[in-house]
Write a protein that binds this ligand. Structure first.
Ligand SMILES: [Zn+2]
Length: 480
């Protein structure tokens, strides 16, 4: 006897190097792990389950992996686009008023959106994670979290300006803040790594090459390596970063990071937005993984990160939703479509970033990027039962065509929005089914979100300085 049999449906296992399609397949699950997967007849003949789930009419596939997001930023969803520079003209001055006690609620909202749209694993880079972790535990999804280590103290901005600092220039660094945030990260690791049968994992998040000194970056790397934890690093995100490392160390961000030994297999390089082809190839060659946030970086910076080149260089790519002020969603279906479309448009070549490759990046690619490719990201014996059902009896997934050419994978990538996700299972436990979260109270959360949004906007509106911001002017002049 084993716990659960999922049978029927169109299986996309992601095993091997394609999509691992099995028609009328079955998956046997025991104690949260996959114990058998294959054609239905074969699996059903083996042993009896305690519970059966009929997947007829559905696509059964690995849960999606959102490998990089800042979950609590949903408080300012939609407040960072069509302005430039996005950080200084909207996001920064507005988000300064975010209410810390409400942060776990905003994290929960981001996770709810992801779960309803098929995400089972979240690579959350957010502060204060020692509090936010409770939202990850509550909803039941898988999490690879970090809190972030930084020496950039925006609270000192007025003092920098008094000392002659000009916005856009590399900022002074604050070692005390660096030590304090590293201590928080170590505390997070000690408390939560491996929690919930390993469903919660903690890695280390040095913010970026321009946010930390060389000494601090190396110190974070040393502490992470002592624990076998990866480094989650914003890498070559913008021109300011290249300028800062050039001024401080005489090298652009990527060659600088290479010169101090940061480009290695334990590095998760997020963005790579401002890179040369040679730099992209170098990061891939060193064995680091890339996370591409195509919608976020497209909207806030008008740039397409080089996921296509990174894959061509033999690297592993996962997708992230980054931040909802300027994405404006935590939906990996939207990232799949964006990655496939943007790459084609940019290169004027319809053959680049094909749907199957994009689907792999959104599942096994993201899992591998986060260092848990042995645990999730594909439906294989020995892996956790992290999977979703997508109803294929309705548009845009219907009709399902199987022979002589299948249409499932292209329709998932180019047409499905996530609204046909009818089941989300993590480690064998159903956390979302037919529009209902099984572990949290959605109605109560909705009311809390409305109340918290009011508290936040009241606080922002009380700051007379915000009225001149370009993002506020878009509202004042009737454009938003
Ligand atoms: Zn980020």
């Amino acid at each position: 006897m084993y716990d659960t049999l999922i049978s029927g449906g169109h299986l996309l296992t992601m095993a091997g190097d394609g999509v691992g399609f099995i028609e009328n397949g079955a998956i046997a699950i025991d104690k949260g792990m996959i114990v058998a997967v294959g054609p239905r007849d074969e699996i059903e003949a083996k042993d009896e389950p305690r519970e059966r789930i009929d997947a007829t009419g559905c696509i059964v596939m690995p849960g999606l992996v959102d490998a990089h997001l800042h979950s609590a930023a949903t408080t300012g969803r939609g407040w960072a686009q069509e302005i430039s520079p996005w950080m200084a003209s909207g996001y920064g001055p507005l988000m300064r008023h975010a209410i810390e006690e409400d942060a776990p609620l905003w994290t929960l909202l981001a996770l709810m959106e992801g779960v309803a749209n098929g995400t089972t694993t979240f690579g959350d880079y957010e502060f204060p994670m020692n509090e936010l972790i409770h939202s990850h535990i509550a909803i039941g999804s898988r999490a690879v979290v970090c809190e972030g280590v930084t020496e950039l103290n925006w609270a000192n901005r007025e003092q920098w300006i008094a000392d002659g600092w000009v916005p856009g220039e590399p900022t002074p660094l604050d070692r005390e803040l660096g030590e304090q945030t590293l201590a928080n990260e170590l505390d997070l690791y000690a408390r939560w790594h491996g929690h919930d049968d390993g469903r919660i994992r903690v890695i280390f998040g040095p913010h970026a090459a321009d946010f930390l000194s060389k000494e601090m970056l190396l110190k974070v790397q040393e502490e992470a390596r002592k624990r076998g934890a990866a480094l989650h690093l914003h890498t070559a995100q913008d021109a300011r970063e290249n300028k800062a490392t050039e001024q401080r160390y005489g090298l652009r961000a990527v060659p600088y990071l290479d010169s101090i030994g940061l480009l290695a297999e334990d590095l998760i390089a997020v963005h790579l937005s401002v890179t040369t082809d040679d730099e992209v190839d170098l990061v891939a060659r060193r064995g680091a993984r890339m996370i591409c946030c195509a919608n976020s970086i497209g909207i806030i910076d008008g740039v397409l990160p080089p996921a296509r080149r990174f894959l061509e260089a033999g690297g592993v790519v996962g997708f992230g939703t980054d931040q909802s002020p300027g994405n404006n969603s935590h939906n990996i279906f939207a990232e799949m479509r964006a990655n496939a479309m943007f790459a084609k448009i940019k290169t004027e070549d319809p053959l680049v970033m094909p749907a199957w490759q994009v689907l792999r990046a959104a599942t096994i690619g993201g899992a591998t990027a986060l260092g848990i490719g042995d645990l999730t990201g594909s439906l294989e014996v020995g892996k956790a039962a992290d999977l979703i059902f997508v109803d294929a009896t309705r548009p845009p997934m219907a009709p399902v065509l199987l022979e002589p050419a299948r249409n499932i994978v292209p329709n998932l990538v180019y047409a499905e929005s996530g609204s046909n996700v009818v089941l989300n299972m993590v480690a064998g436990r159903i956390i979302y089914r037919d529009g209902t979260y099984t572990l949290i109270d959605e109605a109560e959360t909705k009311q809390q979100v409305a109340d918290a949004a009011k508290r936040f906007t009241d606080k922002v509106a009380a700051d007379p300085g915000v009225n001149e911001l370009p993002i506020v002017q878009l509202t004042r002049t009737g454009r938003h």
